[in-house]
Ligand binder design. Structure first.
Ligand code: AMP
Length: 423
């Protein structure tokens, strides 16, 4: 029996693997324009790190973490999100704020697998550590939008909200509890438990009945203290001034405990490709997390974008053929020439493959097609006599003779022209 991949995971096969690489490259380009540097942290951390940051009452920690004890008896967890590891690394290495960091990597959550929701998935994320000003919030929201636009996700709206600070939450909590008690017999069992442990988390509930009931519940954004209100006003004003597509969504609290003040989510406004899992990414401020980890009081903000969801949104890629040359010599003499040409091409950074002696012209052309080569070079006795190469372009099915001493120049020119093609 063939062993299959674990439930909720997937293989990235070409062309998706290449499209994934393309998204990562575009992300790197956009964040570089905003001065971000890469951070790479381990895929697993001490379990305690997530309990203390993501939050003991969040769905991620109560239901979704992949935890295990290693052979040395350590309690470890596959990271369900990037921020806790980045903050740990920041403190452990005494990094100096302000800092702009980005990361790309797999995250793990034990979820019920469905379209757009996996147990292993990739996130493209950023963190700005050490900036409190609301303008930073808008800068990162804008950067996310610029990335989406660079990869052709154009119908996005950013849902924004403010979840305030501890002061705002204290005032809000008692009103929310009062409201939840009035509808207690109508809410789901999970929400009843949330009501006891952390009432704010009821807004994470996916049940339609609960969602409808909470439309009339008090909202944290209406309980902001003076400073949080002021911060949020500047964010909204700046978003408007920069003409960014946003809408206020007071129901959106995001499923992590450490958020303070601004929270946001990128959601397609037109496309329905993603169904219920429509959020392409989200983030928010976490002004207390570093202090909660035992560090100094340093404000921060970040976001994470879901790579698989972006791939689903974009649909099946039509992958252009590769800048790859397939050499087919037709006899012993031309094979010697082809081997020399192969070295010459690769030294000039032109990707090339040589047809093996046990394959004829027909099967060579088949392999070239299968490997998505754009060009095939055929070398036979005719070509050797005329000191040319026959160059076949597979996408156009055209063919031309190129003088042997002009072949590098030929590919250098055609390949530079093509590399500007969009994915
Ligand atoms: P979160 O860390 O929950 O705020 O998620 C940020 C983004 O990661 C979401 O907007 C999704 O695009 C993506 N994401 C979260 N969970 C999953 C999952 N289980 N499978 C695929 N993508 C996910």
């Amino acid at each position: 029996m063939i062993i299959s991949n674990p439930k909720g995971t997937q293989d990235f096969l070409p062309p998706y693997s290449e499209q994934k690489h393309y998204l990562e490259t575009q992300f790197r380009k956009v964040v570089a324009l905003y001065g971000f540097s890469e951070i790479v942290t381990p895929c697993f951390e001490h379990t305690e790190l997530f309990l203390r940051s993501t939050g003991l009452t969040t769905d991620i920690v109560t239901k979704q973490i992949y935890s295990f004890t290693d052979k040395g008896g350590r309690d470890l967890t596959l990271r369900p999100e990037g921020t806790p590891g980045v903050v740990r690394a920041f403190l452990q290495n005494n990094l100096k704020p302000p800092l702009r960091l980005f990361y790309i990597g797999p995250m793990f959550r034990y979820e019920k697998p469905q379209k757009g929701r996996y147990r292993e998935f990739y996130q493209l994320g950023i963190e700005v550590i050490g900036e409190a000003h609301p303008q930073t919030d808008v800068e990162v929201i804008e950067m996310g939008l610029n990335f989406f636009s660079a990869v052709n996700v154009k119908d996005l709206v950013v849902k924004v909200n403010s979840v305030g600070c501890a002061l705002c939450r204290n005032r809000f909590r008692s009103d929310l509890i009062f409201y939840l008690n009035t509808v207690r017999d109508k809410i789901c069992e999970d929400c009843k438990a949330r009501l006891e442990r952390n009432p704010l988390r009821v807004f994470d509930c996916k049940e339609t009945t609960c969602q409808e009931l909470y439309q009339s519940a008090p909202k944290i954004a209406d309980y902001l203290c003076y400073d949080c209100q002021n911060h949020f006003q500047i964010v909204l004003q700046e978003l408007t001034e920069r003409n960014l597509p946003f809408e206020l969504d007071k129901m959106m609290v995001r499923g992590l405990d450490y958020y303070t003040r601004t929270t946001f989510e990128y959601v397609p406004s037109l496309s329905t490709a993603l169904g219920a899992q429509d959020s392409l990414g989200g983030g928010g401020r976490y002004d207390n997390l570093i202090e909660d980890f035992g560090g100094p009081k340093i404000p921060a903000i970040g976001f994470a974008l879901g790579l698989e969801r972006i791939l689903i949104y974009l649909g099946n890629p039509t992958l252009p053929r590769k800048n790859l040359v397939y050499l087919i010599p037709l006899d012993g003499e031309s094979e010697k020439q082809a081997k020399q040409l192969l070295r010459q091409l690769r030294t000039s950074e032109i990707p090339a493959i040589l047809n093996l002696p046990d394959k004829n012209l027909r099967s060579g052309l088949g392999i070239a097609d299968n490997l998505s080569c754009e060009y095939v070079i055929i070398i036979g006795s005719e070509e050797m006599k005329k000191q040319v190469y026959t160059v076949k372009q597979l996408s156009t099915k055209s063919q031309q003779e190129v003088p042997q001493d002009k072949i590098i120049e030929f590919f250098n020119q055609t390949f530079t022209k093509q590399s500007t093609k969009e994915f």
